[in-house]
Write a protein that binds this ligand. Sequence first.
Ligand code: ZN
Length: 460
Amino acid sequence: MTRIRLHDTMAREKRDFAPADPARVTMYVCGPTVYGRAHIGNARPAVVFDVLARLLRHVYGEKAVVYARNVTDVDDKIIDAARGEGVEPAEITARYERHYLEDMGALGVQPPDIAPHATEHVSEMIAMIARLIGTGNAYEADGHVLFNVPSDPDYGALGRRDRDAMIAGARVEVASYKKDPADFVLWKPSPEGMIGWDSPWGRGRPGWHIECSAMIEKHLGETIDIHGGGLDLIFPHHENEIAQSRCAHGGKPLARYWVHNGFLSMAGTEKMSKSLGNVVTPAELLAAGHKGEVLRLALLSAHYRQPLDWSESLIEQSRARLDRWYRAAGQVRAWTPGHDSTAVDELLSPLANDLDTPAFLAALSTWINAAFQDDAETNAEIRRNVLAALHVARFMGFLTEDSDQWFQGDGDARIDGLVAARTEAKARRDFAEADRIRSELAKEGVLLEDGPEGTTWRRA
Ligand SMILES: [Zn+2]
């Protein structure tokens, strides 16, 4: 059996992964707040944890893995968006959840086993808040219920920040009703006409953090195997989830492994985020003619804990790699299908090592490219490796199309993409790359003309 190792944010090191119950491996990943279109940075955790879920299923069995990813469908940003459009919040959340599933589906992300919605778990949240009041970890003040951070001596263990940094980092609202500036909201009042639920503390709505604690408890249990999400969720969201769950469960830890993915940046700038305005969405990239598998491969090109710099040339390199895989798949179509399980495990071993996708993809390419050797068909070892590699590529969400279909109708959008990649290379003074793209296109009979309005192309 393949042995998985994962970097655990809590332990700050790679650890051997051993689920509490190998017959029921539980994973929870914080999902989208559905008030707008996801950007490609939002897609990174969806793709990374999709790969981890597939790996876990390979190792522990299809039915042994329970993967939950929530949908935050009550939030002030949703309320604002609904107000802006003059519609009910439910209309906003239904629309953007549908878009999210379409966009992630195009990137080969399989739906999680459970997708709990916050609005369907308000009674569980109210029950957990009541318990936290009972244990002395939360208090009611001015229509709000707050978690009292100093009541939890272990608060902040995940990020290991000092208290002042946490208060500054959380940008917490200083409010007169708080006992401590670090205290965070579990429940807040909803005025007349705003979405709300009846509770022992009046009509209101939950704070963000409590939904994950309540839904994890309901669907996965008090302590889960893996909790995942983006690096930016460590504080305050995951610290708060940990505090709520542990205090509600007599000190039992919320998760046994904490896995966090790094940021995605745009052309070497800052982290991609809506507030910075430097976003590109999967929907836009797909509309521009890029294939979902290409975007999936690009998102996996860097190790998940490292930053990933998103650029046209990254997309182009990913496209070129997939083109080779598809060409190989077409070439071996007549071979007797099969896959040797030892070879499959060998290929998956870099992934089992803390999801080392760069090493994994490099190995896949090496094995797949052997299909182009002259003796490929007669050499048993090459055949074994190529077939195993193609099988693994499919298992990880690639090569979902037929090879002919992949290359069909594929002319102009790909050339436009290459021209854009060349323009970008020139802008960063990478003239070697710009020349390489020009000569690659020239070989296909595509000629470029640089003019004051930019670059145009024509077929010779
Ligand atoms: Zn969460």
